[in-house]
Design a protein around this ligand. Structure first.
Ligand code: ATP
Length: 219
């Protein structure tokens, strides 16, 4: 079964979500109050509709309650983003993802029941800062303000040692949950697993502890 999504707000963020979902084979209804933006997505989305997301009747007549997942990608107009999320929640949309402009906005979205809240600018800033701090950090998934999963490329400082040799858990309080080696992934590697040059370690733990490991053990 094809997945069905609605994206409300066709700025750079919402627009790129529409394009990627379509590329991945999903059906996407794209909504914006600005006719020019809707026109831009008329050929890309499954359906592109001009509507004001703060108009409850308009959202109901579009049958948004029948979609699995609605993304509220309105950023600047915080009031509109909150109102739209509230209406969608009351309509019983199963999964709502909303873009937050700042921490207060995120708090309100959370209170009114948005299932996932994204801060694209902040998240990208954190990711870029981490990459700048170390060329070895390839990717980054924030689990909370304090914890993350990072992909770390091994270098000659740790290659040749086993997980036990490095004693990462005791020394840094972090865990290697997987190792990407070429085309395959070693899930939950044992303590005797030797790290090879070019392995990508999937490490989970407190952000400060992972950074400590990267900065002390790998440089
Ligand atoms: P981005 O940072 O993603 O590029 P942007 O700066 O272009 O976004 P935003 O203010 O974040 O613009 O809004 C994204 C889109 O949401 C705009 O195209 C805007 O027309 C649309 N939008 C704003 N309010 C509403 C609303 N009430 N109903 C529907 N669409 C709306």
């Amino acid at each position: 079964m094809r997945k069905e999504f609605v994206v409300i707000g066709l700025g750079r963020f919402g627009g790129s979500i529409v394009e990627e979902l379509v590329r991945l084979g999903a059906d996407v209804m794209a909504i914006d109050s600005d006719p020019e933006r809707v026109e831009d997505y008329a050929k890309i989305a499954t359906e592109a509709v001009i509507a004001d997301a703060t108009d409850e009747e308009a959202l109901k007549s579009l049958g948004l309650q029948n979609f699995e997942h609605v993304i509220v990608a309105i950023g600047d107009d915080i009031q509109a983003s909150i109102l739209a999320t509230l209406i969608l929640k009351e309509m019983g949309v199963p999964q709502i993802t909303a873009k937050a402009q700042n921490d207060y906005h995120a708090k309100v979205l959370h209170k009114i029941g948005a299932d996932v809240i994204v801060h694209p600018e902040r998240d990208m800033g954190i990711r870029i800062a981490n990459n700048m701090m170390s060329n070895n950090v390839l990717d980054y998934l924030e689990l909370s303000d304090e914890y993350s999963i990072m992909e770390i490329k091994s270098n000659d400082r740790i290659a040749g040692y086993s997980i036990k040799d490095l004693d990462i858990r005791a020394n840094y309080g972090i865990n290697i949950i997987g190792i990407k080696r070429g085309d395959h992934i070693i899930i939950s590697p044992g303590a005797d697993e030797k790290i090879l040059l070019g392995d990508v370690l999937l490490v989970i733990g407190a952000i400060v502890d992972i950074n400590r490991f990267v900065n002390r053990a790998m440089t």
